[in-house]
Ligand binder design. Structure first.
Ligand code: GDP
Ligand code: IMO
Ligand code: MG
Length: 439
C-alpha cells in the first residue's frame, strides 16, 4: 500500500473509548511510524481483525502491521510488567514488535508505590465522596512524581547503580503517607524487578525525539495515536475528574518533542453517543433503560477495568469544545450501528443552566456543571440496520439526517463513519482528506 506525505493525529473528543484503536489500526498501513505520546496503561485500545479482538494498552495500535515502526514518546508513563504481558500476548499471535519499537529514554516508569498511592487515595476518597474513579493503574502518581522531579525514566534503567537512589525519594514520601503497614515491595525488590523486566527491552530504549525529527526530515509519514480524550485532559477536561496528562493536541508536542509544524492533519474521534467511565459531570447521561440498552448494544464495559460505562446521547457542547481545542479537520463518528433499531435518537444540542437559559459554554468548575441540564433534539430512528455499511449512500435517510445535524452542531465535517468493530466496517466521506488515505 502506498504511503502518504502528511502526518496525522487521531484524538479522542469525548471521555475516551471512542474507537481510536480501530482507526489507528485502519490507517497505520499508510504510515511508517505510529506514535503514542501520553497516557499509560489506563488506555485500552481495541483492534478487531477477522473476528479476533486484540486489546492494546501501551503498545501503539499499529502493532499488527509489520511495516510500521512503533514509538512510545517521552510523554507516556510505562508499566513495564504490563508492557511485557502485552508483548507476549502479541507474540502468541505471531506478532513480534521488539525489532521495530523505540521507547523514549525520557518516558517515565510507573512504579509499585505509584499504584499503591493511586489505590489508597481512591479508597480514602470513597469515604469522603471525592472519588475520581481512576483506573487504579498508578497513572496520576506517576505524573505527579514526574512533576515533583522524583520520577524514574526509561533511560535511568541503563544505569542500575543509581536506580535505588532515583526511586527512594518518591518511595519514602509514599511510605510516609500510607504508613509502615502499607503493602509495597521494597526499593531493592523494585529495582530487581525493573531490571529483570527491562532486560529484553534495553535495545528498544533510545532517543525517540531524534528518530521522529529524522522521520520528518526524510518525509516518512507519522501517525500519532492519542490516548484518553479531550474531556479527560488535565487542563481542558472536566477537572478534577480527568486523567493526569494532556490528552488534547498540546500533549502531542510535549510528549514527542516535535514542533507543531510537524503535524499536518487532525482526525477527531467521537462515538455517535457519549460514554464515560468513572466519576464526574456528564450532562447527557441517560440513567434509564435507554442508557442500559445503549450499554448492552455497544458492549460498553471498560477495555482496561471491565467497569460499566455510563451512557448518554451525543453531547454537542463537549464535542464542539474538543473540536475547537484540537483544531480538528474531520470527524470520525464511531458505533453508529449501536443506535440501530431505536425509535428515536437524541442529540444534546446545548445545555440549560440553573436559570433556564440556553448555553453551549462549558463550565470550568465541577460545581457549575451540576446545574446544567441537557437540551435534547430528537431525531426519528431507523429500522434498516447500518451495521457493516461501507458506503454512506446506503445509509438510511434518518441516520444520515442525524449525522448531518451532529456535524453541523459541532461545526466539523464528517470524514469517517464506523458501522461495526471490524476494520472493514465503515465508510469514508468523499471530498475529505481521508478519501485519499482510505477511499
Ligand atoms: P479506544 O480506547 O478509543 O481505542 O476505544 P476502545 O477500544 O476502548 O472502545 C471502543 C470499542 O468499540 C471497542 O470494543 C471496539 O472494538 C468497538 N468499536 C469500534 N468501532 C465500532 C463500531 O463502529 N461499532 C461497534 N459496534 N463497535 C465498535
Ligand atoms: P482510552 O485511551 C476511558 C478515566 C478513568 C477515570 C479518569 C482518571 O482507552 O480512551 P486515571 O487512571 O487515568 O487516573 O483515571 O480517566 N480514563 C479513561 N476512560 N478511556 C480511557 O482511555 C481512560 N483512561 C483513563 O476511568 O475516570
Ligand atoms: Mg479504550
Amino acid at each position: 500500500m502506498s504511503r502518504v506525505s502528511e502526518n496525522l493525529a487521531v484524538l479522542g473528543l469525548q471521555w475516551g473509548d471512542e474507537g481510536k484503536g480501530k482507526l489507528v489500526d485502519l490507517l497505520a498501513p499508510k504510515y511508517r511510524h505510529v506514535v503514542r505520546f501520553q497516557g499509560g496503561n489506563n488506555a485500552g485500545h481495541t483492534v478487531v481483525v477477522d473476528g479476533q479482538t486484540i486489546a492494546l494498552h501501551q503498545v501503539p495500535s499499529g502493532a499488527l502491521h509489520p511495516e510500521c515502526f512503533l514509538v512510545v514518546g517521552s510523554g507516556v508513563v510505562l508499566n513495564l510488567d504490563v508492557f511485557q504481558v502485552e508483548l507476549s500476548r502479541l507474540r502468541e499471535r505471531g506478532v513480534n514488535v521488539t525489532d521495530r519499537l523505540l521507547i523514549s529514554d525520557k518516558a517515565h516508569i510507573i512504579l509499585p508505590h505509584h499504584i499503591a498511592l493511586d489505590v489508597w487515595r481512591e479508597e480514602r476518597a470513597t469515604k469522603v465522596g471525592s472519588k475520581i474513579g481512576t483506573t487504579g493503574r498508578g497513572i496520576g502518581p506517576a505524573y505527579e512524581m514526574k512533576a515533583a522531579r522524583m520520577g524514574v525514566r526509561m533511560g535511568d534503567l541503563r544505569h542500575p547503580g543509581v536506580l535505588a537512589e532515583r526511586i527512594r525519594p518518591g518511595y519514602d514520601e509514599v511510605r510516609l503517607r500510607l504508613g509502615e503497614g502499607a503493602e509495597m515491595p521494597s526499593v531493592e525488590a523494585t529495582v530487581e524487578n525493573l531490571l529483570k523486566a527491562v532486560e529484553p527491552l534495553l535495545h528498544c530504549i533510545g532517543n525517540a525525539q531524534s528518530r521522529l525529527l529524522q522521520a520528518c526530515a526524510k518525509g516518512e509519514p507519522i501517525l500519532f495515536e492519542g490516548a484518553q480524550a479531550t474531556m479527560l485532559d488535565i487542563d481542558h477536561g472536566t477537572y478534577p475528574y480527568v486523567t493526569s496528562s494532556n490528552c488534547s493536541l498540546g500533549g502531542l508536542f510535549t510528549g514527542t518533542g516535535l514542533p507543531p509544524k510537524a503535524l499536518h492533519r487532525i482526525l477527531g474521534v467521537a462515538k455517535a453517543y457519549t460514554t464515560r467511565v468513572g466519576s464526574g459531570p456528564m450532562v447527557s447521561e441517560l440513567l434509564n433503560p435507554l442508557g442500559d440498552r445503549i450499554r448492552e448494544a455497544g458492549h460498553e464495559y471498560g477495555t482496561t477495568t471491565g467497569r460499566p460505562r455510563r451512557c448518554g446521547w451525543f453531547d454537542a457542547p463537549i464535542t464542539a469544545h474538543a473540536c475547537r481545542t484540537n483544531g480538528v479537520d474531520g470527524l470520525a463518528v464511531m458505533k453508529l450501528d449501536v443506535l440501530d433499531g431505536l425509535d428515536e435518537v437524541g442529540l444534546v444540542v446545548a445545555y440549560r443552566d440553573g436559570r433556564g437559559a440556553l448555553t453551549s459554554e462549558l463550565p470550568s468548575c465541577a460545581a457549575e456543571w451540576a446545574d446544567l441540564k441537557p437540551e435534547i433534539k430528537l431525531f426519528k430512528g431507523w429500522s434498516t440496520p447500518t451495521r457493516g455499511i461501507t458506503d454512506h449512500r446506503q445509509l438510511p435517510a434518518e441516520a444520515q439526517a442525524f449525522l448531518d445535524a451532529l456535524a453541523e452542531v459541532v461545526e466539523t465535517p464528517l470524514a469517517f463513519l464506523s458501522t461495526g468493530p471490524d476494520r472493514t466496517e465503515g465508510c469514508v466521506y468523499p471530498g475529505t482528506f481521508l478519501e485519499s488515505l482510505l477511499g
